[in-house]
Design a protein around this ligand. Structure first.
Ligand code: GMT
Length: 396
């Protein structure tokens, strides 16, 4: 273990995250890619390769956790094999930092892995809270105390918004230190042009509204569809839904609301940038959101948002400057805000331009990744061995 490693030298960093479609996995993957670009060795540890993790990139490694489904257990366990893999990777690759994205079960597994290692092989553990690990699971008595314990035992805890920091204190009664490091995005260059993508989608002069999410109930896709169905000028738009999951459960709503010719769905899209560049307005009706990475992804392509004023969204969208915010659960106001930006091209374009420049300034990899690097280096410095004072001769 590199206790005395020069903190300016490249680090060995382990990252654990969910590999499937979801904001926390996307942020963790992008962070790993950016850290590798900056010269660090980055080791991803998960049950599958994260879906946005490129193959054959220098300094990026993937370690798969094998989970055996033993017939004697009703539920397969992931936490123990994950902790064993974390300990093994820490040991073999001299990890300086083990960074758990989304506390459950990653932070607990990281703490457990550290207990399996001798002191000189123990990495510093960073836990990043993403949202429902606090707001949903933190409030569950079957999880809360374990999450609280994992946060206390972590060497550093970060949250993706100031709002989530507050919720973590409130829900988990956590009094330790939490550093807010906002999410960031590093868009890839789209391979197709805006026109090509719009042609593929069958969009002509209409405005392209975009919603991109995992469609879980708190995204309130039901409410979003209702609001869109109330837009007076039906020919003025098409709604493209990038679904991180099956859209099938919402087909009945689409039919009931007469939106069959207005809604276009693409499931599990990897080339998200192609669709982002083709969009004119992003729409989000979530009832809770610690940050809403999808809004940020759209902002990078000059696309403003209409979103609900919940959670960390006001830290991302400045109402009247980079988008419009409306109260949660209010279909009428949501529709009115979308109509306003459909009708007023100048306003929409101005908000989009502002959104893009704010995103680049505040939420780019350049603006954010250094905060994680500084945190890692601070943690490693804190553990550098204190200079031994010479013992008095009597004790030698
Ligand atoms: O907590 C979740 O819902 C899942 C999580 C995820 O893995 O996508 O989403 C959360 O983390 C994202 C990345 O930090 C944030 O952009 C989302 O707002 C947040 N979701 C919620 O808070 C509901």
């Amino acid at each position: 273990m590199s206790n005395n490693r020069c903190t300016e030298s490249p680090l060995n960093i382990g990252i654990t995250c969910y590999p499937s479609v979801g904001g926390s996995g996307v942020v963790a993957t992008t962070l790993g890619i950016e850290l590798a670009k900056r010269g660090h060795q980055v080791h991803f540890i998960s049950y599958e390769r994260p879906f946005r993790l490129p193959e054959n990139e220098p300094r990026i490694h993937f370690h798969q956790v094998n989970v055996n489904d033993y017939g004697l257990f009703k539920y397969p366990d992931y936490t123990l094999p994950l902790s064993v893999e974390m300990a093994s990777v820490s040991c073999k690759h001299n990890l300086d930092i083990l960074h758990a994205h989304y506390a459950v079960p990653h932070a607990t597994a990281a703490i457990l892995s550290r207990c399996m290692l001798p002191p000189d092989k123990q990495p510093r553990i960073v836990t990043t809270l993403h949202g429902t690990d606090t707001t949903l699971l933190g409030a569950d008595p079957g999880y809360g105390p374990a999450i609280h314990h994992a946060l206390l035992q972590s060497d550093a805890v970060t949250a993706v918004s100031g709002w989530l920091e507050g919720e973590t204190r409130r829900v988990l009664n956590y009094e330790g230190s939490i550093e807010v490091i906002h999410n960031f995005f590093e868009p890839a260059q789209p391979k197709r042009s805006r026109q090509e993508v719009r042609r593929e989608l069958g969009i002509g002069d209409e405005l392209m509204l975009l919603h991109s999410s995992n469609l879980r109930p708190l995204k309130r896709v039901d409410l979003l569809l209702e609001a869109v169905a109330k837009i007076k000028n039906r020919d003025s738009f098409k709604l493209v839904i990038l679904a991180g999951g099956k859209f099938e459960p919402f087909l009945a709503d689409v039919r009931r609301l007469g939106l069959e010719d207005r809604v276009i769905v693409r499931e599990n899209v990897l080339e998200i940038e192609e669709y982002l560049q083709a969009a004119d307005l992003a729409i989000y009706a979530s009832e809770s959101e610690s940050f809403c990475l999808s809004i940020l992804e759209a902002m990078f392509f000059g696309c403003p948002s209409v979103a609900t004023e919940v959670g960390g969204i006001p830290e991302v969208v400045e109402p009247g400057k980079t988008g419009l915010l409306v109260p949660v659960d209010n279909v009428t106001e949501f529709t009115a805000a979308v109509e306003k930006l459909i009708e007023n091209n100048d306003l929409r374009k101005q908000l989009g331009a502002n959104a893009q420049s704010e995103a680049r300034k505040r939420f780019s990899a350049n603006a954010i990744v250094c905060n994680y690097e500084e945190l890692y280096k601070r943690l490693l410095k804190e553990r550098e061995p204190i200079q031994q004072l010479p013992l008095p001769s009597a004790q030698r």
